[in-house]
Design a protein around this ligand. Sequence first.
Ligand SMILES: [Zn+2]
Length: 488
Amino acid sequence: MGLEIHVQLATRTKLFCGCALEFGAEPNSRTCPVCLGLPGALPVMNRAAYEASVRFALAMNCKIAAFTKWDRKSYYYPDLPKNYQISQYDLPLGYEGFCDIDVEGGESKRIRIRRAHLEEDAGKNLHDVPGCSLVDLNRTGTPLLEIVTEPDIASAQEAFDFCTGLQKLAVYLGVSEASMQKGHMRFEPNINVEITRGSDVYRTPISEVKNLNSFRAVRDAIEYETQRQVQDWLSDENYVFGKAANENRGWNADKQMTEYQRSKEAAHDYRYFPDPDLMPVTTSADWVEKVRGELPESPTVRRDRLVSEFGLSPGDADLIVADRGDADLFDAAIDGDKTLAKRMTSLMLGAAKKSANDRDLTVSAVLSNAASWRQLVRMLEDGVVNASAGERLLLEAMEGDAAEVDFEQMAKDRNLIQVQDVGQMSAWVEQVFKDNAGAVQDALSNPKKAKAAPGFLTGKVMQISGGKADPKIVGQLIAAKIKEMQAG
Ligand SMILES: [Zn+2]
């Protein structure tokens, strides 16, 4: 299989005009003569979109073209008012790249990227009013990066892993929100099956499954389609390889099957030609290197670092890296301190993750202040509060909307502080014995007050410990000390 993937770039404005890119705006309210395709309107390239594309292409290890141009892909459709789409035909901005994915057994597999090019999106036809179709041109001119892989993908799971990896990468790079709900990514797998008989290799016709908009659909459609192609061959005694044409198919999620749309032989002739309204794009090697130098750590590299540097399990590291905000929070909270990594991991992936998931949010989206997290992790590490108290404090903090949380104050207010440090408590006892010689004397030799004195001294220790000492242990320490003094 090979994949074609469209990723919507997160620019402020459209690819060739200044209209804002906004999700859910009033239909046709974000349009101008350029994206409406009015005669005489002239497009101007959005530099930020080009740079974002180059970032993405570089992160996929692509070569970057020093010279590219814009081409018109001609076709008529109601949501494409100027009757052509501006795209890059023979000179994509990025080419010959690769992305590595993890496959079973801890191995990694390289998926080659054939090309990545920038193009504009069409508008949207809406069919939800009976008897008519509506056209919304707000989306017209939205920058899309189209990524095309070589046919290196061997299973539905590999396709799934590749697509989710690409989404993560896009979010890490900040080039796309890559929200599946908002339709920021669309996938089109090209699928066929290789059948080997002895030394002969036969191939079934290629099906291109159009417009998949979820990772699950990618996996399900590929699984279905590979089975269907094998069944077609097995069930037809007169099957002739190479006879049937390649075809486009659609995914019917309700029926969990692909459906025939049209034969590839009927594919349109798009009459590509260079757009005379737009200047070609040239990039200098210096500029490309500058963009490369600014790339952030990729999710894969980051995952490996969390494993090697902080001793996280690969599974835990994956979960943390899955969201850039979460990964940033993790790094900022432990700030290179290996001793905090384990506890931070279990806090984030335990109660916090569940609580965030319940609200359809990420952990960092609920409580993002790294200093607060660090404070809580330290409190747990130092035994200031026990594990269940720590969890209780965290969940309570996540319920509130405070950006910053003073966990120590919270713990104090809820009387959850515990001091297990006997040395510290002994020091407090020493101090109290020094400051309260009268009471000590009572305890040692005043028959009337000997019984009450230890309680009084315990109270004093609790006082100077700010309520953090464990009164039971303090009582034992005081009794032992009095005994020792009596013996001495
Ligand atoms: Zn516009």
